[in-house]
Design a protein around this ligand. Structure first.
Ligand SMILES: Nc1ncnc2c1ncn2[C@@H]1O[C@H](COP(=O)(O)OP(=O)(O)OP(=O)(O)O)[C@@H](O)[C@H]1O
Length: 308
């Protein structure tokens, strides 16, 4: 498989604190890859390590087939940081000119490319305004234009739509889908799971610095089945039996929300309630949304409140 990103046990420690640990990812070219995880899970650390802002503590990685740090590859990478802040005394055109110089573009290239990216991000007509007069959303669009300048084969976007309104988000989604159609690979960090669900081909979940799942959305969805049961008389013994059958479970009043890995487990749940002397009024099998998967993975093994 032609991979845009491959990491083997990639690890970054900050002193004795873990940023990300033993990350093994395979991102095929031409895909939109969603990298998901709770706050502080290690998403930005991994991206910064891949693009060369941080040095790995151990492990290996290849971008576009070359080891980290390859100058030729760096020219083909675009990056939108999460906490974007640009020189606000410059106009958008001046900002792009500055970034184009950093990419080593000739004047002729700049003249061709700058108007193109301004148009791509929807800032045509506003490019002569100073960044300080831009709304947050417009600043984010300007940041995206900077990332697109080198016509990158691989684009790292850290929360690219966090400052945008729903229309702006739709614009960016359409742009990303267009870029994918042109063969580009997009590595997307985002908390906006419905958005990720709409455009990503594959996703990986990271928690406490480690990747705990990765695959296509369908693979991940079929790996987890959500079951909702309405019951009465849930004794301690029934709860323990259910916990032993499920990947995760939440009980509130008489409602049990359980996640199991295969269809064959569903009748076992019903059986556990009935054999334990409880009453089962309703049982529904539900397809997991990405949001549900995210919550269940973030909660796994935490054993808080009603969670098992
Ligand atoms: N410069 C740093 N020095 C020390 N620890 C850091 C540094 N940057 C990040 N960390 C720690 O590394 C871990 C991963 O942080 P990181 O910023 O990569 O998470 P994240 O998944 O991007 O979070 P968020 O969704 O909040 O942006 C956290 O425990 C964080 O406190």
């Amino acid at each position: 498989m032609d991979l845009a990103i491959e990491t083997i046990n990639l690890t970054k420690h900050y002193g004795n604190k873990v940023g990300c640990a033993e990350i093994c990812l395979r991102v095929p070219r031409g895909q939109i890859f969603g990298f998901l995880g709770p706050n502080g899970a290690g998403k930005s650390t991994l991206v910064k390590t891949l693009i060369g802002l941080l040095f790995p503590t151990s492990g290996e990685a290849r971008l576009l087939g070359k080891p980290l740090g390859d100058i030729g590859v760096r020219r083909k990478i675009g990056f939108l940081p999460e906490n974007f802040r640009y020189h606000d005394w410059l106009t958008c055109s001046q900002l792009l000119d500055f970034h184009a110089s950093l990419y080593g573009m000739s004047n002729a290239e700049k003249k061709r490319r700058i108007p193109q990216v301004i148009k791509q991000v929807g800032l045509s007509g506003r490019e002569s305004q100073k960044i300080r007069t831009y709304s947050k959303g417009m600043q984010q669009r300007a940041g995206l234009a900077c990332a697109l300048l080198p016509d990158p084969d691989l684009l790292f976007l850290d929360e690219p739509t966090s400052a945008l309104d729903p229309l702006g988000r739709r614009d960016v989604r359409e742009l990303l889908v267009e870029l994918r159609a042109g063969g580009k690979t997009i590595f997307l960090n985002s908390h906006l799971l419905s958005e990720v669900e709409m455009i990503c081909d594959m996703v990986a979940f990271i928690r406490q610095g480690k990747v705990i799942r990765q695959g296509t959305l369908d693979e991940l969805r079929s790996a987890e089945i959500n079951v909702e049961m309405r019951c009465e008389g849930l004794t301690e013994q029934i709860r323990d039996a259910l916990a032993g059958l499920t990947l995760s479970m939440y009980i509130e009043g008489g409602t049990v929300l359980a996640t199991v890995s295969k269809d064959e487990d569903i009748p076992l749940l019903a059986d556990a309630v009935i054999r334990g002397g409880g009453r089962l009024y309703e049982l529904n099998r539900k397809r997991s949304s990405l949001e549900e998967m995210f919550i269940s993975m973030a909660q796994e093994e935490t054993n808080n409140d009603g969670y098992y």
